[in-house]
Structure formats: C-alpha cells, structure tokens
Ligand binder design. Structure first.
Ligand SMILES: C[S@@+](CC[C@H](N)C(=O)[O-])C[C@H]1O[C@@H](n2cnc3c(N)ncnc32)[C@H](O)[C@@H]1O
Length: 315
C-alpha cells in the first residue's frame, strides 16, 4: 500500500510570535531544555503551514494556556519521545517488540496515573502534531471521514480507546450538531479527555465512559465509529475487531488505525505492514473504502523498519 502525501502541504511558512504565542512558548521550552527536539516546531511549521499552526495553536491555548502548563506538557512529550526512541533502537536490532502480556501493559501504562497524566497523555497529544505521520493521519481523518460525516448529516459517533480525546474533540468542534460517546479502560484517559473536551467548550455533547471494550459490547450501536491506535495494544486484535463490527449500526462507517513497526511500552501486537492490518479488518467482516499510510521518517539505511501509521475507512 503506497504512502499518502497531501498536495496542500506547504513548504515556506514561518511562525511569528505575535500570531502564535502558544506555539512560540512551546518552541522555546523545547529549545531550552530538550535539545533532541530543539527545532521540531519550526520544521513542522515549514512542512505543514498555516493550517497546522492554527489548529495546534487553538489546542495549546485551550489546554495549556500558561508557560507553566506548556513546560509540563513539553516535559511529558520529551519523556514519551525518548522512551519510544530507546525501545525503537532495540526493535531495530531484534525486529520484535519486547514480550509483554496485555495485563502487564495495562498495569505499567493505562492504570499508572502518574505516568499517564505526566508523560503518556501529554506526550501522545503533542505527538499528534509534532510527528509527521501522526499529523498526516489527522488530515486524512479530517478531509475524508469527518467530511463524509458532515455530508451525511451525522448526528452521533462513538470513539473506542479515546486516549487523549484528540479525535473526539476534533469531531465535536468540526460538526457542531454531532454528539459523541467515548470509551476507554483507563481512568486517566477518561479524565484527560473530559478536561480537553471541556476546555474546547463542547462538553455538553460528549460522554466519556470507563469500559473495557474487549469484554462488553459498546452501547449505543455506532453509525460512525472511531478507533485510533488501539489494535497494536491488544493480544487478539481480530477478536476485538469482530466485537467492533458487531456494534456497527446497519450502514455504519468506521475509521480504524494501527501503529506499525513502532515500539512502545504498551505495544504488544506487531503489525509490520498495512496489508497485515487490512487482513485483520477483512477477517473481522469489514470492507475497505479508503486507506492512508504515512511514515515517521526516512529509514537510516535500507531495511531498517520505520514507524508507520496506517488508517482505514471501512464499513
Ligand atoms: C494509544 S492510546 C489511543 C490513542 C487515542 N485514540 C488518541 O487519539 O489519543 C490507546 C488507548 O487504548 C486504551 N485501551 C487499551 N485497551 C483498551 C480496552 N480493552 N478497552 C478500552 N480502551 C482500551 C488505553 O487506555 C489507551 O487510552
């Protein structure tokens, strides 16, 4: 499956501090304390342009409005990224993720309140804008799935594995008449999402519920379903996908993604290619409508696995 690029990506945009105070605060915090990511904000701004800057600035102002809050989020991002880089170096050598059960990952990550609130959730949230494959995936979601919801006059959605709540928040902001229900196993994800949704001013149209979606079917049935980067966290993604397929209302559509070749503390199931994910979706009864594949960076030498984001619109 070919990697996707967007013709609208710009190459010459530069941030100015007066228009983008949140991004400027973040860039300064990274430059001052986290040299490995010293120029990442400027590089993304040059690559993705004003639309990226406007969207990111709005989120930063809502969620991290003070220098202190930005500094804490940036510290979380640095820890999250360094942790990933260390595990990725071991993965490049071993070509396997470190063996771990779902229960071990859940205890280490999802139920570890301090780790979730200080590192994992702020880190993941910022990575959605600072890692090119993550941001391109958002654009694919926005331009194809959210747009299809808008055209169809969608009234509701569910998101499974809300994590940071970023995708739910984006949907609620883009579609002012839509209501959402989000599910996650982690109390920290529920809290972080609720804080974000409230800060964005859309809490009256959203409910976050604590629920292990591998055990209990989600309710209500989903006309529009979103599930971003959950499959690789599970021991048996096909069983989970079959459960998701069963919760779909007739005629419903789903946006389902997976991280491939991306070592992380809670990544258990190793997907090596987008075709592997598509085979699981098909086995679970989904039919492909459109797909996206994006790479985190160019491989340092031929044959070295690179983290990929693969997203699928299915019905
Ligand atoms: C990588 S995060 C998902 C990212 C998120 N969609 C976002 O955009 O920020 C994985 C999430 O899946 C949740 N999760 C893992 N197993 C789950 C399960 N069985 N039921 C519900 N949520 C689960 C975790 O708590 C975590 O919040």
């Amino acid at each position: 499956m070919a990697q996707t690029t967007f013709p609208s990506e710009m190459k010459s945009f530069q941030l100015d501090g007066a228009s983008y105070p949140g991004l400027t605060r973040m860039a300064e915090a990274l430059r001052a304390r986290h040299r490995f990511a010293a120029d990442i904000v400027d590089r993304c701004a040059a690559l993705f342009g004003a639309r990226w800057a406007d969207e990111f600035e709005e989120l930063l102002n809502a969620l991290f409005p003070t220098q202190e809050a930005v500094d804490a989020a940036v510290k979380g991002y640095a820890g999250f990224a360094m942790h990933s880089m260390r595990l990725q170096a071991a993965f490049e050598r071993d070509l396997e993720y470190r063996s771990k059960t779902y229960e071990e990952a859940a205890a280490e990550v999802y139920f570890n309140e301090q780790h979730m609130m200080e590192e994992y959730l702020p880190g993941l949230l910022l990575s959605h804008f600072l890692w090119p494959h993550h941001y391109r995936q958002i654009r694919f979601f926005d331009e194809l799935f959210v747009e299809a919801m808008r055209v169809a006059g969608a009234s509701s959605f569910i998101e499974v594995g809300i994590g940071t709540g970023l995708y739910s928040g984006l949907l609620l902001r883009r579609l002012p008449h839509v209501r959402g229900t989000g599910f996650d196993i982690s109390p920290s994800s529920k809290r972080f999402t609720e804080t974000q949704i409230a800060a964005l001013g859309v809490a009256d149209r959203y409910e976050a519920r604590l629920q292990d979606v591998t055990q209990v079917p989600t309710d209500p049935p989903a006309e529009w379903l979103v599930c971003v980067e959950v499959l690789e966290h599970l021991e048996d993604p096909v069983a989970f996908l079959r459960g998701l397929r069963a919760t779909m209302a007739p005629g419903g559509k789903a946006f389902i993604t997976a991280a491939l070749n991306a070592a992380h503390a809670d990544h258990i199931y190793l997907y090596r290619t987008a075709e592997d994910v598509l085979a699981h979706l098909t086995e679970a009864g989904f039919t492909l409508e459109q797909s996206f594949v994006g790479a985190a960076y160019k491989p340092s030498r031929p044959g070295v696995p690179v983290p990929l984001a693969a997203a699928f619109i299915v019905y």
